[in-house]
Design a protein around this ligand. Structure first.
Ligand SMILES: [Zn+2]
Length: 556
C-alpha cells in the first residue's frame, strides 16, 4: 500500500515534469502591452502567446513568459495599447487599390508637375494599358486654367491617357486617346456634354460630363496584372492601418481569383469575405457555396444587393421628399424594379444558404428591406441568417425595434457621418437627422453593429472611423462638440463593433474579433492609448505593428 502510494506520487511528479518539458514554445509573444482583449472573460491583459496562426495564451507578462522558447519572436509593446485586428465590414477593395495604383495628380501644383507625373507613369505603363484616375485640380494652378492634351502629348506618344478632374465631371484625354475615340473638330457635343475646343474648334482634350463617354467606352477592362497590383497595394495599405480582415462588397469574380492566387502564394495578408452582386446568386448557389464558406483567409457565401442610391445624389429613398429638392424622395435601385425581383432573389438565395447584405440608405428603402427580410424568415422559418443592411443611414424611428427583433445587423460607416453631417440637415431637415447615423440608438435597441468605411469612398484608416464615431465632429470643423451628439459611441463601443461586431457579421465570432486563446492571432499595436487620450486626437494615432495570423505584416 505504502509503496503503491509512493509510486503514484512519483508518477504524478514525473508526469508534471514531462508536461512542462513538452509544453511547446510560442512562435511569437507580445509582451508588456496594455492588451484590450474585447473578451468579457478577460477584458485586460499584458501579454499574448501565439503558436502558428493562433493565440494560445493571454495573461500577465510573467505568465506569458513561460511560453518563451529559444526561437520565440518577442514583440515588446512597451506599455502600448494592443487591440484585436480591425475588421472592416464594408470595403470595395480593388477599387481602393486601383485608386492607390493610379497616377496621383491631386497635388500637382503646376502644369509642369502635372505633365511630369504623367510622363513618369507612362514610362512604367505597359503597352495597351491606360493612364487613368488622377483627380487633378486646375483651381490649384495660378492662374487656374484647364489642362490640354499638348501639355502631355510629348511624354505620352504611345500611351492612351484619360485622367479625371477630382470631381469626376471632366477628364483630359491625350491625342492617343482622342484618336482611338475618333474625336475630332467635326465631332458634335453630345446631349449633356461638352468637348472643350480651342479657337480653331479643335478639341483641347478636356471632355465634360456626357462627352467623357466618347473615350470611356474604349477603356479596356482591368488586366490581370493591373488587378493583382491593385490588390497588393490595397493589402499593403490595410496592413499599415491595422486592418486584418475586410468584407469586400460587389467584387468581380476576377477579384476573387486574384485573392485566391495570393492566398496560394502566402501573400494574402488580410482575411477577405467576398460578397458578389446578388444578381449572380446562382453562381454560388449552384456549387453549394453557403454563408461564410471557405478558409479563415478567404471566404465566399454572401451576396450584396442595392435598395436605393445615396444622400449626396438625392437618390436615397425616403418616405417624405427631400427638404432641398421637394420634387423627389429618392429612387429605388434597379435591383428593386420590380420589388418582386428582389423578393424572388432573396428567397432563392436564402434557400441556398447564402447571406444577404443589402445597401439601404433612405428610411423607406430600409423599411422595405426589413419587410422583405421579414418575409423571407416567415416563408423559410427561423435560422441564424445574419441579414445585413449596409449603411442603414436614415432610420424611421418606428423601425429600430423590428431591426433588433429581426436580428438584422447594421453595417455602418461612421466616417460618412462626419462627411455628410456638413450638409445633411439642409437636405433632410432637423427631424430626420435625429435618426441619421443613429449608432447609439441601434446599440440601445439591441441591434448589432458592424463597423467599416466603404473604402475607397472613405479612408480605410480605422482611427478615422473611431474618431468619427466618438466625436461626430464634422469635417468642416463646424460641430466640434459633435453633430447629433446623442448618437456618439464610446471608444469601447466603437472598438467592439469594429472587431467582434464585424466578425459576427461574417459568422466568424468564434474565430476572430477578440484576443482570446484559440482564436486567430490578429492584433494591432497603437502609438497611443485611444481610451485615455482626448478623443479629438484619435485621428492622429498611428498603427505601429500589425500582426495577422501570427505574422508581423506591418511594423517592427
Ligand atoms: Zn459600398
Amino acid at each position: 500500500m505504502h509503496s503503491l502510494l509512493a509510486a503514484l506520487a512519483f508518477t504524478t511528479v514525473w508526469t508534471g515534469i514531462a508536461l512542462a518539458q513538452v509544453k511547446p514554445a510560442a512562435d511569437l509573444i507580445v509582451s508588456n502591452g496594455k492588451v484590450w482583449t474585447v473578451d468579457k472573460n478577460r477584458p485586460r491583459a499584458e501579454a499574448v502567446a501565439v503558436i502558428g496562426n493562433r493565440i494560445v495564451a493571454v495573461g500577465t507578462s510573467a505568465e506569458i513568459d513561460a511560453w518563451r522558447g529559444a526561437r520565440t519572436r518577442i514583440v515588446d509593446a512597451q506599455g502600448k495599447l494592443v487591440l484585436p485586428g480591425f475588421n472592416d465590414a464594408h470595403v470595395h477593395f480593388v477599387s481602393g487599390g486601383m485608386q492607390l495604383d493610379n497616377v496621383d495628380l491631386k497635388d500637382a501644383a503646376t502644369p509642369e508637375e502635372f505633365a511630369k507625373r504623367i510622363g513618369e507613369r507612362a514610362r512604367i505603363t505597359s503597352k495597351g494599358e491606360w493612364i487613368l484616375g488622377g483627380d487633378w485640380d486646375d483651381q490649384g494652378w495660378s492662374p487656374p486654367r484647364l489642362p490640354t492634351k499638348e501639355m502631355i502629348d510629348g511624354v505620352t506618344p504611345q500611351t492612351p491617357v484619360f485622367v479625371d478632374r477630382y470631381d469626376g465631371h471632366m477628364a483630359l484625354a491625350n491625342s492617343v486617346a482622342l484618336k482611338l475615340a475618333g474625336v475630332t473638330a467635326k465631332t458634335p457635343d453630345p446631349p449633356g456634354g461638352t468637348i472643350v475646343r480651342d479657337a480653331e474648334g479643335n478639341p483641347t482634350g478636356v471632355l465634360k460630363d456626357a462627352a467623357k463617354s466618347y473615350v470611356e467606352k474604349l477603356i479596356p477592362p482591368l488586366t490581370h496584372a493591373r488587378r493583382l497590383r491593385a490588390v497588393k497595394r490595397a493589402l499593403e495599405l490595410a496592413a499599415s492601418v491595422g486592418v486584418t480582415s475586410v468584407q469586400d462588397m460587389n467584387p468581380e469574380y476576377e477579384d476573387v481569383m486574384v485573392y485566391s492566387e495570393l492566398l496560394d502564394k502566402g501573400e494574402l495578408t488580410a482575411r477577405i469575405y467576398a460578397a458578389p452582386p446578388i444578381a449572380g446568386w446562382q453562381d454560388q448557389a449552384k456549387i453549394g457555396i453557403r454563408r461564410a464558406f471557405g478558409s479563415s483567409a478567404l471566404r465566399l457565401g454572401a451576396l450584396k444587393g442595392y435598395a436605393d442610391g445615396s444622400l449626396g445624389s438625392t437618390t436615397a429613398y425616403f418616405f417624405k421628399p427631400y427638404n432641398d429638392a421637394p420634387n423627389t424622395r429618392g429612387l429605388l435601385s434597379s435591383d428593386m424594379h420590380p420589388i418582386s425581383k428582389m423578393r424572388d432573389r432573396m428567397l432563392k438565395a436564402d434557400a441556398a444558404g447564402l447571406q444577404l447584405c443589402v445597401h439601404a440608405i433612405g428610411d423607406q428603402a430600409i423599411s422595405m428591406i426589413l419587410d422583405l427580410f421579414g418575409e423571407v424568415a416567415r416563408v423559410h422559418g427561423n435560422a441564424d441568417r445574419r441579414f445585413r443592411i449596409e449603411h442603414a443611414q436614415h432610420m424611421a424611428a418606428k423601425d429600430f425595434a423590428r431591426f433588433a427583433r429581426q436580428k438584422v445587423i447594421a453595417s455602418v460607416q461612421p466616417y460618412h457621418a462626419i462627411d455628410d453631417g456638413r450638409w445633411a440637415e439642409k437636405r433632410i431637415g432637423a427631424e430626420r437627422i435625429k435618426t441619421t447615423y443613429a449608432f447609439r440608438t441601434f446599440l440601445e435597441d439591441g441591434v448589432r453593429l458592424a463597423l467599416g468605411t466603404d473604402w475607397f469612398v472613405a479612408p480605410l484608416n480605422p482611427m478615422l472611423t473611431i474618431y468619427a464615431a466618438v466625436t461626430r465632429a464634422t469635417l468642416d470643423g463646424k460641430n466640434p462638440e459633435g453633430w447629433v451628439p446623442e448618437q456618439k459611441l464610446s471608444v469601447a463601443q466603437a472598438v467592439e463593433a469594429y472587431t467582434m461586431g464585424s466578425a459576427y457579421a461574417e459568422f466568424q465570432e468564434r474565430e476572430k474579433g477578440s484576443i482570446t486563446p484559440g482564436k486567430l492571432a490578429d492584433m494591432v499595436m497603437l502609438s497611443d492609448d485611444i481610451f485615455r487620450i482626448d478623443p479629438r486626437a484619435i485621428r492622429e494615432v498611428k498603427v505601429e505593428t500589425t500582426i495577422a495570423g501570427g505574422k508581423v505584416v506591418y511594423g517592427e
